[in-house]
Design a protein around this ligand. Structure first.
Ligand code: SF4
Length: 578
Protein backbone atom coordinates (compact mmCIF):
# COMPACT_ATOMS: atom_id res chain seq x y z
CA UNK A 1 0.00 0.00 0.00
CA UNK A 2 1.07 3.58 -0.58
CA UNK A 3 2.13 4.80 2.84
CA UNK A 4 4.11 8.01 2.27
CA UNK A 5 2.97 11.18 4.00
CA UNK A 6 4.26 14.53 2.81
CA UNK A 7 4.42 17.10 5.60
CA UNK A 8 4.75 20.73 4.57
CA UNK A 9 5.45 23.48 7.08
CA UNK A 10 4.60 26.95 5.82
CA UNK A 11 6.18 28.68 8.80
CA UNK A 12 9.67 27.96 7.53
CA UNK A 13 8.95 26.68 4.00
CA UNK A 14 10.27 23.19 4.70
CA UNK A 15 8.92 19.74 4.04
CA UNK A 16 9.65 16.11 4.80
CA UNK A 17 8.39 12.74 3.64
CA UNK A 18 7.56 10.09 6.21
CA UNK A 19 6.82 6.43 5.61
CA UNK A 20 3.83 5.46 7.74
CA UNK A 21 2.78 1.86 7.08
CA UNK A 22 1.40 1.76 10.65
CA UNK A 23 -1.24 4.36 9.75
CA UNK A 24 -2.34 2.94 6.42
CA UNK A 25 -2.41 -0.68 7.57
CA UNK A 26 -4.66 0.10 10.52
CA UNK A 27 -6.80 2.97 9.19
CA UNK A 28 -7.04 2.15 5.43
CA UNK A 29 -6.52 5.70 4.05
CA UNK A 30 -8.78 8.72 3.43
CA UNK A 31 -10.89 9.62 6.47
CA UNK A 32 -9.36 6.94 8.70
CA UNK A 33 -5.82 8.18 8.16
CA UNK A 34 -6.76 11.88 8.08
CA UNK A 35 -8.27 11.70 11.59
CA UNK A 36 -5.02 10.26 12.95
CA UNK A 37 -2.81 12.77 11.14
CA UNK A 38 -4.92 15.68 12.31
CA UNK A 39 -4.68 14.40 15.87
CA UNK A 40 -0.88 14.03 15.58
CA UNK A 41 -0.23 17.45 14.12
CA UNK A 42 -2.90 19.74 15.57
CA UNK A 43 -3.97 20.88 19.00
CA UNK A 44 -7.75 20.28 19.01
CA UNK A 45 -8.21 23.66 20.67
CA UNK A 46 -6.48 25.44 17.75
CA UNK A 47 -8.01 28.58 16.29
CA UNK A 48 -9.46 27.44 12.92
CA UNK A 49 -8.08 30.56 11.25
CA UNK A 50 -4.81 30.58 13.18
CA UNK A 51 -1.52 29.16 11.97
CA UNK A 52 -1.95 26.19 14.30
CA UNK A 53 -4.81 24.79 12.20
CA UNK A 54 -3.68 21.92 9.97
CA UNK A 55 -5.00 20.67 6.63
CA UNK A 56 -4.78 17.00 5.71
CA UNK A 57 -5.48 15.65 2.24
CA UNK A 58 -5.76 11.88 2.16
CA UNK A 59 -6.37 9.37 -0.62
CA UNK A 60 -7.27 5.69 -0.44
CA UNK A 61 -5.56 2.42 -1.37
CA UNK A 62 -7.81 1.84 -4.42
CA UNK A 63 -6.60 5.02 -6.15
CA UNK A 64 -5.49 4.92 -8.95
CA UNK A 65 -6.14 1.18 -9.22
CA UNK A 66 -9.91 0.83 -9.47
CA UNK A 67 -12.77 2.73 -11.10
CA UNK A 68 -14.64 5.25 -8.97
CA UNK A 69 -11.93 5.39 -6.30
CA UNK A 70 -11.87 9.00 -7.45
CA UNK A 71 -12.15 11.09 -4.32
CA UNK A 72 -9.87 12.83 -1.86
CA UNK A 73 -10.68 13.65 1.76
CA UNK A 74 -9.70 17.01 3.19
CA UNK A 75 -9.72 17.28 6.97
CA UNK A 76 -9.13 20.41 9.07
CA UNK A 77 -10.70 22.42 11.85
CA UNK A 78 -13.72 24.17 10.43
CA UNK A 79 -13.97 27.95 10.76
CA UNK A 80 -17.73 27.62 10.16
CA UNK A 81 -18.62 25.18 12.95
CA UNK A 82 -15.55 25.56 15.16
CA UNK A 83 -14.97 21.82 15.20
CA UNK A 84 -14.17 19.00 12.81
CA UNK A 85 -14.09 19.95 9.14
CA UNK A 86 -14.21 17.24 6.51
CA UNK A 87 -14.87 17.73 2.86
CA UNK A 88 -14.54 15.35 -0.12
CA UNK A 89 -13.81 16.24 -3.74
CA UNK A 90 -13.32 14.42 -7.01
CA UNK A 91 -11.74 15.80 -10.15
CA UNK A 92 -8.17 14.68 -10.69
CA UNK A 93 -6.95 15.37 -7.17
CA UNK A 94 -6.84 11.81 -5.84
CA UNK A 95 -5.08 10.40 -8.90
CA UNK A 96 -2.50 13.18 -8.97
CA UNK A 97 -1.68 12.80 -5.27
CA UNK A 98 -1.38 9.03 -5.69
CA UNK A 99 0.78 9.36 -8.80
CA UNK A 100 3.03 11.80 -6.96
CA UNK A 101 3.57 8.93 -4.52
CA UNK A 102 1.57 10.02 -1.49
CA UNK A 103 -1.15 8.53 0.63
CA UNK A 104 -1.60 11.84 2.42
CA UNK A 105 -0.37 15.43 2.53
CA UNK A 106 -0.26 17.50 5.72
CA UNK A 107 -0.02 21.30 5.58
CA UNK A 108 0.97 23.11 8.76
CA UNK A 109 1.72 26.71 9.75
CA UNK A 110 0.98 29.84 7.76
CA UNK A 111 3.00 31.61 5.11
CA UNK A 112 4.08 35.21 5.69
CA UNK A 113 3.31 36.16 2.12
CA UNK A 114 0.84 34.69 -0.38
CA UNK A 115 2.13 31.50 -1.99
CA UNK A 116 1.04 28.79 -4.28
CA UNK A 117 2.49 25.35 -3.74
CA UNK A 118 3.60 22.94 -6.42
CA UNK A 119 4.17 19.34 -5.40
CA UNK A 120 6.07 17.35 -7.98
CA UNK A 121 6.87 13.80 -6.90
CA UNK A 122 9.32 14.18 -3.99
CA UNK A 123 9.80 17.95 -4.43
CA UNK A 124 7.76 20.88 -3.13
CA UNK A 125 8.11 24.33 -4.69
CA UNK A 126 6.94 27.36 -2.73
CA UNK A 127 6.02 29.80 -5.50
CA UNK A 128 5.48 33.50 -4.88
CA UNK A 129 1.72 33.99 -5.00
CA UNK A 130 1.58 37.75 -4.50
CA UNK A 131 0.63 38.44 -8.08
CA UNK A 132 -2.35 36.07 -7.76
CA UNK A 133 -3.50 37.34 -4.37
CA UNK A 134 -6.41 39.73 -4.82
CA UNK A 135 -7.73 38.03 -7.95
CA UNK A 136 -11.28 37.40 -6.84
CA UNK A 137 -12.29 35.04 -9.66
CA UNK A 138 -11.09 31.48 -9.02
CA UNK A 139 -11.57 30.65 -12.71
CA UNK A 140 -9.06 33.32 -13.73
CA UNK A 141 -6.62 32.11 -11.07
CA UNK A 142 -6.91 28.65 -12.60
CA UNK A 143 -6.28 29.93 -16.09
CA UNK A 144 -3.17 31.90 -15.12
CA UNK A 145 -1.62 28.99 -13.24
CA UNK A 146 -2.52 26.55 -16.02
CA UNK A 147 -0.50 28.63 -18.47
CA UNK A 148 2.50 28.85 -16.18
CA UNK A 149 2.77 25.37 -14.75
CA UNK A 150 3.49 22.17 -16.63
CA UNK A 151 1.63 18.91 -16.26
CA UNK A 152 -1.57 19.57 -18.20
CA UNK A 153 -3.64 16.40 -18.14
CA UNK A 154 -1.90 14.84 -15.15
CA UNK A 155 -1.87 17.62 -12.55
CA UNK A 156 -4.52 18.67 -10.11
CA UNK A 157 -5.01 22.31 -9.28
CA UNK A 158 -6.81 23.31 -6.11
CA UNK A 159 -7.33 27.03 -5.54
CA UNK A 160 -9.40 29.69 -3.83
CA UNK A 161 -11.19 32.73 -5.13
CA UNK A 162 -11.78 36.01 -3.31
CA UNK A 163 -14.06 34.47 -0.67
CA UNK A 164 -11.22 32.36 0.73
CA UNK A 165 -8.90 35.37 0.91
CA UNK A 166 -11.60 37.36 2.71
CA UNK A 167 -12.07 34.46 5.15
CA UNK A 168 -15.74 33.91 4.39
CA UNK A 169 -16.33 31.00 6.75
CA UNK A 170 -18.00 28.95 4.02
CA UNK A 171 -15.46 29.61 1.26
CA UNK A 172 -14.60 26.51 -0.71
CA UNK A 173 -11.54 25.16 -2.52
CA UNK A 174 -12.15 24.56 -6.21
CA UNK A 175 -10.37 21.74 -7.98
CA UNK A 176 -10.20 21.26 -11.77
CA UNK A 177 -12.78 24.08 -12.19
CA UNK A 178 -15.89 21.98 -11.69
CA UNK A 179 -15.27 20.07 -8.44
CA UNK A 180 -15.05 21.44 -4.93
CA UNK A 181 -14.01 20.79 -1.40
CA UNK A 182 -17.23 22.65 -0.81
CA UNK A 183 -18.40 22.38 2.74
CA UNK A 184 -17.21 23.67 6.10
CA UNK A 185 -14.83 26.38 4.97
CA UNK A 186 -11.59 24.83 3.71
CA UNK A 187 -11.27 27.91 1.43
CA UNK A 188 -11.06 30.20 4.47
CA UNK A 189 -8.38 27.95 6.00
CA UNK A 190 -6.39 28.23 2.73
CA UNK A 191 -6.89 32.01 2.93
CA UNK A 192 -5.72 32.17 6.55
CA UNK A 193 -2.54 30.30 5.57
CA UNK A 194 -2.15 32.56 2.51
CA UNK A 195 -2.25 29.61 0.13
CA UNK A 196 -3.81 30.71 -3.15
CA UNK A 197 -3.40 27.35 -4.86
CA UNK A 198 -2.00 23.86 -4.50
CA UNK A 199 -0.85 21.99 -7.58
CA UNK A 200 0.15 18.33 -7.50
CA UNK A 201 1.67 16.42 -10.37
CA UNK A 202 3.39 13.09 -10.45
CA UNK A 203 4.42 10.38 -12.83
CA UNK A 204 4.23 7.35 -10.60
CA UNK A 205 2.76 4.10 -11.86
CA UNK A 206 0.47 1.62 -10.18
CA UNK A 207 1.64 -1.99 -10.28
CA UNK A 208 -0.57 -4.65 -8.68
CA UNK A 209 1.17 -7.50 -6.90
CA UNK A 210 -1.10 -9.99 -8.70
CA UNK A 211 -1.86 -8.59 -12.20
CA UNK A 212 -4.10 -11.46 -13.35
CA UNK A 213 -6.32 -11.34 -10.27
CA UNK A 214 -6.28 -7.53 -10.46
CA UNK A 215 -7.65 -7.65 -14.02
CA UNK A 216 -10.49 -9.94 -12.95
CA UNK A 217 -11.52 -7.74 -10.02
CA UNK A 218 -11.12 -4.60 -12.10
CA UNK A 219 -13.44 -5.97 -14.77
CA UNK A 220 -15.97 -7.00 -12.15
CA UNK A 221 -16.04 -3.50 -10.63
CA UNK A 222 -16.21 -1.86 -14.02
CA UNK A 223 -19.03 -4.08 -15.27
CA UNK A 224 -21.00 -3.69 -12.02
CA UNK A 225 -20.60 0.09 -12.18
CA UNK A 226 -21.73 0.27 -15.80
CA UNK A 227 -24.82 -1.83 -15.04
CA UNK A 228 -25.62 -0.03 -11.75
CA UNK A 229 -28.60 2.20 -11.00
CA UNK A 230 -26.15 5.02 -10.33
CA UNK A 231 -24.91 4.75 -13.91
CA UNK A 232 -28.39 4.92 -15.37
CA UNK A 233 -29.48 7.71 -13.07
CA UNK A 234 -26.46 9.95 -12.84
CA UNK A 235 -24.97 9.67 -16.31
CA UNK A 236 -28.09 10.84 -18.06
CA UNK A 237 -29.30 13.73 -15.93
CA UNK A 238 -26.87 13.86 -13.01
CA UNK A 239 -28.09 14.40 -9.46
CA UNK A 240 -30.36 17.10 -10.91
CA UNK A 241 -32.64 14.20 -11.70
CA UNK A 242 -33.77 14.37 -8.07
CA UNK A 243 -35.47 17.78 -8.37
CA UNK A 244 -38.85 16.62 -9.66
CA UNK A 245 -39.17 13.47 -7.48
CA UNK A 246 -38.25 15.36 -4.31
CA UNK A 247 -40.67 18.14 -5.20
CA UNK A 248 -43.42 15.59 -5.73
CA UNK A 249 -42.58 14.04 -2.37
CA UNK A 250 -43.06 17.40 -0.65
CA UNK A 251 -39.40 17.43 0.26
CA UNK A 252 -37.75 20.22 -1.79
CA UNK A 253 -37.00 23.13 0.59
CA UNK A 254 -38.43 26.25 -1.00
CA UNK A 255 -38.20 29.94 -0.05
CA UNK A 256 -36.28 29.35 3.16
CA UNK A 257 -38.37 26.24 3.82
CA UNK A 258 -41.64 28.12 4.05
CA UNK A 259 -42.74 25.32 1.73
CA UNK A 260 -41.37 21.99 0.52
CA UNK A 261 -42.96 22.26 -2.88
CA UNK A 262 -41.76 24.65 -5.55
CA UNK A 263 -44.23 25.58 -8.25
CA UNK A 264 -41.38 26.19 -10.71
CA UNK A 265 -39.51 22.95 -10.02
CA UNK A 266 -40.07 21.73 -13.59
CA UNK A 267 -38.33 24.82 -14.98
CA UNK A 268 -35.12 24.16 -13.05
CA UNK A 269 -35.27 20.37 -13.16
CA UNK A 270 -32.55 18.08 -14.47
CA UNK A 271 -34.77 17.28 -17.45
CA UNK A 272 -35.26 20.95 -18.39
CA UNK A 273 -31.59 21.79 -17.91
CA UNK A 274 -30.55 18.80 -20.04
CA UNK A 275 -33.00 19.70 -22.77
CA UNK A 276 -32.24 23.42 -22.99
CA UNK A 277 -28.85 24.13 -21.43
CA UNK A 278 -26.63 21.04 -21.22
CA UNK A 279 -23.30 21.67 -22.92
CA UNK A 280 -21.41 18.54 -22.01
CA UNK A 281 -20.77 15.89 -19.36
CA UNK A 282 -17.46 15.25 -17.69
CA UNK A 283 -16.13 12.80 -15.12
CA UNK A 284 -13.72 12.67 -12.22
CA UNK A 285 -10.65 10.72 -13.22
CA UNK A 286 -11.15 7.01 -13.56
CA UNK A 287 -14.95 7.18 -13.40
CA UNK A 288 -17.17 5.66 -16.09
CA UNK A 289 -20.34 7.27 -14.70
CA UNK A 290 -19.53 10.90 -15.57
CA UNK A 291 -22.24 12.54 -13.48
CA UNK A 292 -20.88 16.08 -13.82
CA UNK A 293 -23.20 18.13 -16.01
CA UNK A 294 -22.16 21.44 -17.50
CA UNK A 295 -24.64 23.98 -18.81
CA UNK A 296 -23.72 26.52 -21.45
CA UNK A 297 -24.59 30.00 -20.20
CA UNK A 298 -24.58 32.86 -22.69
CA UNK A 299 -23.68 36.22 -21.20
CA UNK A 300 -24.07 39.32 -23.39
CA UNK A 301 -21.27 41.89 -23.54
CA UNK A 302 -22.32 45.28 -22.26
CA UNK A 303 -23.16 47.75 -25.05
CA UNK A 304 -22.27 45.19 -27.75
CA UNK A 305 -25.42 43.93 -29.43
CA UNK A 306 -25.30 40.32 -30.60
CA UNK A 307 -21.96 39.59 -28.92
CA UNK A 308 -21.85 36.97 -26.18
CA UNK A 309 -19.39 34.99 -24.18
CA UNK A 310 -20.39 31.41 -23.43
CA UNK A 311 -19.45 29.99 -20.07
CA UNK A 312 -19.72 26.41 -18.86
CA UNK A 313 -21.45 26.17 -15.49
CA UNK A 314 -21.58 22.90 -13.56
CA UNK A 315 -24.90 22.20 -11.86
CA UNK A 316 -26.28 19.48 -9.63
CA UNK A 317 -29.16 18.89 -7.26
CA UNK A 318 -27.67 20.68 -4.27
CA UNK A 319 -26.95 23.83 -6.25
CA UNK A 320 -30.42 23.83 -7.78
CA UNK A 321 -31.92 23.55 -4.29
CA UNK A 322 -29.72 26.17 -2.63
CA UNK A 323 -29.68 28.84 -5.34
CA UNK A 324 -32.97 27.84 -7.01
CA UNK A 325 -35.93 26.67 -4.94
CA UNK A 326 -34.54 27.94 -1.62
CA UNK A 327 -34.36 31.46 -3.12
CA UNK A 328 -37.58 31.09 -5.11
CA UNK A 329 -35.59 31.33 -8.36
CA UNK A 330 -37.43 29.50 -11.11
CA UNK A 331 -35.59 30.74 -14.17
CA UNK A 332 -32.81 28.51 -15.48
CA UNK A 333 -30.78 31.43 -16.74
CA UNK A 334 -31.07 33.20 -13.40
CA UNK A 335 -30.10 30.04 -11.55
CA UNK A 336 -27.04 29.50 -13.74
CA UNK A 337 -25.95 33.11 -13.28
CA UNK A 338 -26.13 32.66 -9.51
CA UNK A 339 -24.18 29.41 -9.66
CA UNK A 340 -21.55 31.08 -11.82
CA UNK A 341 -21.17 34.02 -9.43
CA UNK A 342 -20.72 31.71 -6.45
CA UNK A 343 -18.21 29.65 -8.46
CA UNK A 344 -16.13 32.72 -9.30
CA UNK A 345 -15.75 33.85 -5.70
CA UNK A 346 -15.22 30.30 -4.48
CA UNK A 347 -18.18 30.13 -2.11
CA UNK A 348 -19.98 27.03 -0.94
CA UNK A 349 -23.26 27.21 -2.86
CA UNK A 350 -25.34 25.48 -0.18
CA UNK A 351 -24.26 27.77 2.63
CA UNK A 352 -24.59 30.86 0.43
CA UNK A 353 -28.13 29.95 -0.63
CA UNK A 354 -29.27 29.21 2.92
CA UNK A 355 -27.72 32.45 4.24
CA UNK A 356 -29.44 34.51 1.55
CA UNK A 357 -32.77 32.73 2.08
CA UNK A 358 -32.62 33.54 5.79
CA UNK A 359 -31.68 37.18 5.07
CA UNK A 360 -34.61 37.49 2.64
CA UNK A 361 -37.10 36.28 5.22
CA UNK A 362 -35.52 38.36 7.98
CA UNK A 363 -35.82 41.47 5.80
CA UNK A 364 -39.45 40.69 5.01
CA UNK A 365 -40.23 40.29 8.71
CA UNK A 366 -38.50 43.54 9.67
CA UNK A 367 -35.72 41.83 11.64
CA UNK A 368 -33.34 43.31 9.09
CA UNK A 369 -33.67 46.60 7.18
CA UNK A 370 -32.28 47.86 3.88
CA UNK A 371 -29.53 49.52 5.92
CA UNK A 372 -28.32 46.00 6.64
CA UNK A 373 -28.81 44.34 3.28
CA UNK A 374 -28.09 47.46 1.16
CA UNK A 375 -29.89 45.81 -1.72
CA UNK A 376 -33.53 44.69 -1.82
CA UNK A 377 -33.77 40.93 -1.30
CA UNK A 378 -36.95 39.19 -2.35
CA UNK A 379 -37.55 35.58 -3.31
CA UNK A 380 -37.10 35.10 -7.05
CA UNK A 381 -35.17 38.34 -7.63
CA UNK A 382 -31.92 37.17 -9.24
CA UNK A 383 -30.33 40.60 -9.61
CA UNK A 384 -30.74 41.33 -5.90
CA UNK A 385 -29.10 38.01 -5.04
CA UNK A 386 -26.23 38.56 -7.46
CA UNK A 387 -25.49 41.86 -5.72
CA UNK A 388 -25.80 40.27 -2.27
CA UNK A 389 -23.29 37.56 -3.28
CA UNK A 390 -20.89 40.36 -4.26
CA UNK A 391 -21.43 41.84 -0.80
CA UNK A 392 -20.77 38.54 0.98
CA UNK A 393 -17.37 38.63 -0.70
CA UNK A 394 -16.76 42.39 -0.35
CA UNK A 395 -18.21 42.67 3.18
CA UNK A 396 -19.02 46.38 2.86
CA UNK A 397 -20.78 46.63 6.24
CA UNK A 398 -21.13 44.84 9.54
CA UNK A 399 -24.16 42.88 8.39
CA UNK A 400 -22.31 41.24 5.50
CA UNK A 401 -19.32 40.63 7.75
CA UNK A 402 -21.67 38.70 10.00
CA UNK A 403 -23.42 36.92 7.13
CA UNK A 404 -20.00 35.84 5.87
CA UNK A 405 -19.67 33.92 9.15
CA UNK A 406 -22.69 31.74 8.44
CA UNK A 407 -26.41 31.77 9.15
CA UNK A 408 -25.98 30.48 12.69
CA UNK A 409 -23.75 33.39 13.59
CA UNK A 410 -25.81 36.01 11.72
CA UNK A 411 -29.02 34.88 13.45
CA UNK A 412 -27.23 35.00 16.82
CA UNK A 413 -26.55 38.67 16.15
CA UNK A 414 -29.85 39.75 14.56
CA UNK A 415 -32.44 37.16 15.62
CA UNK A 416 -34.60 34.97 13.40
CA UNK A 417 -33.08 31.86 14.93
CA UNK A 418 -36.16 29.71 14.33
CA UNK A 419 -35.85 30.06 10.59
CA UNK A 420 -32.02 30.00 10.40
CA UNK A 421 -31.62 26.61 8.74
CA UNK A 422 -28.40 25.17 10.02
CA UNK A 423 -27.39 22.12 12.04
CA UNK A 424 -24.28 22.19 14.18
CA UNK A 425 -23.37 25.47 12.46
CA UNK A 426 -23.50 24.02 8.95
CA UNK A 427 -26.19 25.25 6.57
CA UNK A 428 -28.85 22.67 5.78
CA UNK A 429 -28.75 20.38 2.73
CA UNK A 430 -31.77 20.18 0.43
CA UNK A 431 -33.91 17.42 1.91
CA UNK A 432 -37.07 17.90 3.97
CA UNK A 433 -38.13 14.28 3.67
CA UNK A 434 -38.89 13.51 7.32
CA UNK A 435 -37.47 12.94 10.79
CA UNK A 436 -34.51 10.83 9.69
CA UNK A 437 -33.15 13.49 7.31
CA UNK A 438 -33.05 16.13 10.04
CA UNK A 439 -31.77 13.76 12.72
CA UNK A 440 -29.04 12.82 10.23
CA UNK A 441 -28.06 16.48 9.71
CA UNK A 442 -27.87 16.94 13.49
CA UNK A 443 -25.99 13.75 14.32
CA UNK A 444 -23.79 13.32 11.24
CA UNK A 445 -20.23 14.22 12.08
CA UNK A 446 -20.07 16.57 9.08
CA UNK A 447 -23.73 17.66 9.48
CA UNK A 448 -24.11 16.63 5.87
CA UNK A 449 -26.80 14.58 4.13
CA UNK A 450 -23.94 12.34 2.98
CA UNK A 451 -22.97 11.26 6.50
CA UNK A 452 -25.85 8.87 7.01
CA UNK A 453 -28.40 9.50 4.21
CA UNK A 454 -31.42 10.09 6.44
CA UNK A 455 -33.30 11.34 3.36
CA UNK A 456 -33.07 7.83 1.94
CA UNK A 457 -34.20 6.22 5.21
CA UNK A 458 -37.28 8.49 5.22
CA UNK A 459 -38.17 7.25 1.76
CA UNK A 460 -37.61 3.57 2.50
CA UNK A 461 -38.87 2.97 6.05
CA UNK A 462 -42.06 4.44 7.48
CA UNK A 463 -42.24 3.09 11.01
CA UNK A 464 -39.21 3.81 13.17
CA UNK A 465 -38.89 4.82 16.80
CA UNK A 466 -36.53 7.71 17.57
CA UNK A 467 -34.00 5.21 18.95
CA UNK A 468 -34.24 2.99 15.89
CA UNK A 469 -33.76 6.00 13.61
CA UNK A 470 -30.58 7.02 15.46
CA UNK A 471 -29.24 3.46 15.51
CA UNK A 472 -29.83 3.04 11.77
CA UNK A 473 -28.23 6.39 10.96
CA UNK A 474 -25.15 5.77 13.11
CA UNK A 475 -24.72 2.27 11.64
CA UNK A 476 -24.86 3.72 8.13
CA UNK A 477 -22.37 6.42 9.08
CA UNK A 478 -20.00 3.79 10.52
CA UNK A 479 -20.06 1.86 7.23
CA UNK A 480 -19.53 5.04 5.24
CA UNK A 481 -16.26 5.56 7.13
CA UNK A 482 -14.95 2.54 5.22
CA UNK A 483 -16.04 4.03 1.89
CA UNK A 484 -14.55 7.40 2.73
CA UNK A 485 -11.32 5.79 3.85
CA UNK A 486 -11.01 3.88 0.59
CA UNK A 487 -11.95 6.82 -0.78
CA UNK A 488 -14.60 5.72 -3.28
CA UNK A 489 -17.37 7.93 -4.63
CA UNK A 490 -20.53 7.49 -2.55
CA UNK A 491 -22.49 7.12 -5.80
CA UNK A 492 -20.69 3.77 -6.12
CA UNK A 493 -21.72 2.54 -2.67
CA UNK A 494 -23.93 -0.06 -4.36
CA UNK A 495 -20.89 -1.32 -6.26
CA UNK A 496 -18.36 -1.39 -3.44
CA UNK A 497 -20.08 -3.88 -1.17
CA UNK A 498 -18.17 -5.42 1.71
CA UNK A 499 -17.30 -8.73 -0.01
CA UNK A 500 -16.08 -6.99 -3.16
CA UNK A 501 -13.94 -4.59 -1.13
CA UNK A 502 -12.35 -7.48 0.72
CA UNK A 503 -11.58 -9.26 -2.58
CA UNK A 504 -10.34 -6.06 -4.22
CA UNK A 505 -7.59 -5.81 -1.63
CA UNK A 506 -6.13 -9.23 -2.58
CA UNK A 507 -4.36 -8.25 -5.85
CA UNK A 508 -2.84 -5.30 -3.98
CA UNK A 509 -1.18 -7.79 -1.65
CA UNK A 510 -3.33 -6.92 1.35
CA UNK A 511 -5.47 -9.31 3.33
CA UNK A 512 -8.60 -7.75 4.87
CA UNK A 513 -11.65 -9.75 5.90
CA UNK A 514 -15.20 -8.49 5.73
CA UNK A 515 -15.34 -8.46 9.54
CA UNK A 516 -12.14 -6.40 9.66
CA UNK A 517 -13.72 -3.82 7.39
CA UNK A 518 -16.91 -3.49 9.41
CA UNK A 519 -14.96 -3.25 12.67
CA UNK A 520 -12.57 -0.67 11.22
CA UNK A 521 -15.51 1.46 10.05
CA UNK A 522 -16.86 1.52 13.61
CA UNK A 523 -13.44 2.37 15.03
CA UNK A 524 -12.94 5.22 12.57
CA UNK A 525 -16.35 6.58 13.48
CA UNK A 526 -15.40 6.52 17.18
CA UNK A 527 -12.04 8.18 16.50
CA UNK A 528 -13.68 10.90 14.46
CA UNK A 529 -16.35 11.46 17.08
CA UNK A 530 -13.72 11.72 19.83
CA UNK A 531 -11.73 14.27 17.84
CA UNK A 532 -14.86 16.30 17.14
CA UNK A 533 -15.71 16.34 20.85
CA UNK A 534 -12.14 17.33 21.75
CA UNK A 535 -12.46 20.21 19.29
CA UNK A 536 -15.45 21.52 21.21
CA UNK A 537 -18.53 19.83 19.72
CA UNK A 538 -21.33 19.48 22.28
CA UNK A 539 -24.14 17.25 20.98
CA UNK A 540 -26.36 18.20 23.94
CA UNK A 541 -26.33 21.83 22.72
CA UNK A 542 -27.58 20.94 19.23
CA UNK A 543 -30.10 23.54 18.03
CA UNK A 544 -32.94 22.24 15.88
CA UNK A 545 -34.47 25.06 13.78
CA UNK A 546 -38.15 25.47 14.67
CA UNK A 547 -39.04 25.97 11.00
CA UNK A 548 -38.66 22.28 10.20
CA UNK A 549 -41.67 21.50 12.42
CA UNK A 550 -43.97 23.96 10.64
CA UNK A 551 -43.81 22.65 7.10
CA UNK A 552 -45.35 19.52 5.62
CA UNK A 553 -42.83 16.95 4.49
CA UNK A 554 -43.04 13.54 2.82
CA UNK A 555 -43.79 12.24 6.33
CA UNK A 556 -46.31 14.98 7.11
CA UNK A 557 -45.56 17.57 9.78
CA UNK A 558 -42.61 16.58 11.89
CA UNK A 559 -43.01 15.86 15.57
CA UNK A 560 -40.75 17.93 17.82
CA UNK A 561 -40.92 15.35 20.63
CA UNK A 562 -39.73 12.63 18.24
CA UNK A 563 -36.63 14.60 17.31
CA UNK A 564 -35.95 15.67 20.92
CA UNK A 565 -36.17 12.05 22.03
CA UNK A 566 -33.86 10.99 19.22
CA UNK A 567 -31.32 13.67 20.18
CA UNK A 568 -31.42 12.70 23.88
CA UNK A 569 -30.83 9.10 22.92
CA UNK A 570 -28.00 10.12 20.59
CA UNK A 571 -26.29 12.09 23.37
CA UNK A 572 -26.39 9.02 25.63
CA UNK A 573 -25.18 6.79 22.80
CA UNK A 574 -22.26 9.09 22.02
CA UNK A 575 -21.11 9.06 25.64
CA UNK A 576 -21.29 5.26 25.69
CA UNK A 577 -19.39 4.90 22.42
CA UNK A 578 -16.27 6.83 23.41
S1 SF4 B 1 -20.02 9.48 -10.13
FE1 SF4 B 1 -19.70 11.68 -10.48
S2 SF4 B 1 -18.83 12.47 -8.53
FE2 SF4 B 1 -18.65 10.22 -8.51
S3 SF4 B 1 -16.58 9.86 -9.28
FE3 SF4 B 1 -17.99 9.74 -11.04
S4 SF4 B 1 -18.03 11.79 -11.95
FE4 SF4 B 1 -17.11 11.97 -9.89
Amino acid sequence: MRDSVLIIDLNDYTYEIQSRPDLFEKWIGGTGVAVQLLREHMDPKADPLGEENVIVFATGPFTPAYPLASKTVAMFKSPLTGNLGESHAGGRTATSIANAGYGAIVIKGASEKPVYLVIENEKVHFRDGRVLWGIEDSLIVGRIIAENESGRGIRTMMRIGGAGEKLVRYACVTTETYRHFGRLGLGAVFGSKRIKALIVRGRGKFLPSDPKRFREIYDEIYRTAIASDAMKKYHLLGTAENVIPLNELNSLPTRNLTSAKFEKAEEISGEALAEHNLGRRIACSHCPIACIHLAALRIPYENEPYFYKTIMVSYDYELIYALGSMLGVGSREGLLRLIHRVECYGLDAMSTGVCLAWATEALKRGILTRDHTIVELSFGDVDGYLKAIDYIYEQPNEFYRNLAMGVDHASDVYGGKDFALSFGGNEMPGYHTGHAAHIGFATGLRHSHLDSAGYSLDQKVTELTPQEAVDRLVAEECWRQVLSSLVVCFFARGVYKVDLISRAFEPLGVEVTEDDLVRTGEEIYREKLKLKLEMGFKPEDMRIPGRIFEIQSLRGKLDEDFIREAMNYYVRKVREMI
